[in-house]
Write a protein that binds this ligand. Sequence first.
Ligand SMILES: Cc1cc2nc3c(=O)[nH]c(=O)nc-3n(C[C@H](O)[C@H](O)[C@H](O)COP(=O)(O)OP(=O)(O)OC[C@H]3O[C@@H](n4cnc5c(N)ncnc54)[C@H](O)[C@@H]3O)c2cc1C
Ligand code: FES
Ligand code: FES
Length: 496
Amino acid sequence: MHRPAMRETVRFLLGDELVEIASCDPTRTVLDWLRLDRRRTGTKEGCAEGDCGACTIVVGRLDGGRLRYEAINACIRFLPTLDGCHVLTVEHLRSPDGTLHPVQQAMVDCHGSQCGFCTPGFVMSLLALWLSERAPSVQRIEDALAGNLCRCTGYEPIIAAAQRMDADERERDRFVAAMPAIIARLKALADNETISIDDGERHFYAPATVAALAELVSAHPQATLVAGATDVGLWVTKGMRRLDPVISLGRLDELRAISDEGDHLRFGAMANQVAVREALAGISPQLDEMMRRFGGEQVRNAGTIGGNVANGSPIGDLPPALIALGATLVLRKGSERRELLLEAFFLDYRKQDRQPGEFVEAVLVPKLPRGALFHISKISKRFDEDISAVCGAFYLELDDAGRVSEARLAYGGMAGIPKRAKAAEAALLGGSWDQASVTTAIAALAQDFTPLTDMRASAAYRLKVAGNLLRRFLIETTRPETATRVAGLLAEAAHG
Ligand SMILES: Cc1cc2nc3c(=O)[nH]c(=O)nc-3n(C[C@H](O)[C@H](O)[C@H](O)COP(=O)(O)OP(=O)(O)OC[C@H]3O[C@@H](n4cnc5c(N)ncnc54)[C@H](O)[C@@H]3O)c2cc1C
Ligand code: FES
Ligand code: FES
């Protein structure tokens, strides 16, 4: 067996400085390292769980030939996963001559700060937006800032600051001007060696190829795999867990790819939620809207489709959508692969059909056939950046006579796992897609689910909402304009 060479350091750029780390706790957070080791205290700690954005920094990574800058939460990102990246903190913004960066100046001009605690985080989110987009819309600005909370200024002045950032000035920006040099430096750091470092006690690995990952996971079946760490990070900062060993998937660009395979899309497990959103929008506009509300921008930049599925949370947002669409997982162990319908992957609360040594390599998502109906709704206490209390995703096919010939109704938040409502589906099959059958299907939901009462919602509320979401699906798909469009598609499909 070919073993990749090992590298016993982590290397990245902090501004212009090359940082090389030879010994490190595998789950030391970037925030602690910046504040405690480097005394870069501009980056703040608010919640330490990815919610408030006070700790936002900007991380650049190579994506093909280009440099992609993303806002991320330093509080839940593990330091050794920065290997091969360009890291910018709020301290990098002011020019050596003391001039404020245009993003900072816009915040000053628009009175975007009061106590200032949240301000470095907002400024870094705005910097990431500035570096990646010209003249973003207000909707786009709101999305980019949804992961930053401010308790005193209010958001209007900050949005005004984002609108004031001058697109022409961007062309003269020193970070933009430095991109070719940074790309060259990051390329020089890239290699195919597996990173292997420890702190004398606990171990961290980061393979550079999927083949090396497969070998490592087989050799350390008890290891914690870390993708974006938007779930695992909290096990450490809130759950105080000491993980050992840790295997990071962060260097595996092969696993970030999303490809169109004709009748389905293939998502590499490391595709982040931003890329997943873009690809799923082509399947359904409702999926796009649901993904817009998936965490904040920092969470979407880091979190992956593989992590959302493998985590096995009963309230993860992608599993109901993917189950309703009929998605399949590609699981890999060594060089062996098997395909498994996603709905069969979830066995019981936090128990998945994943063998020791196995990992999720890809998720295959069928495109909607012509005429098929699909809808998804997420109900959460807070509209933005909140986990679902209930999520319902629905897929239907109707025959030429308008009867339901196929139904997949998948819910999150209704059981210990994301689950199909088989009794409700049976109530719909063979009937007309109308008020009467939906009322019968809603009654059948009580056979499918005995939901819990918890801090997000009561059992009675959940059951009521689950039914109402199904009713919404009916209303959305039988409104006159939608019904005409669907009838047209069905007629087209019937005539080949
Ligand atoms: C502030 C905040 C808001 C959030 N909002 C939402 C939301 O709106 N909707 C939602 O669904 N989730 C939300 N989450 C949860 C989280 O962002 C998602 O579940 C995310 O997709 C997890 O992906 P990750 O790459 O960060 O996974 P990680 O945290 O890295 O890993 C999660 C789990 O999956 C395992 N794993 C990861 N990749 C693989 C793989 N390829 N093979 C096998 N196992 C693997 C890990 O070992 C771990 O058990 C939120 C989290 C935070 C912090
Ligand atoms: S400290 Fe709140 S998101 Fe990191
Ligand atoms: S300015 Fe005080 S929290 Fe935002």
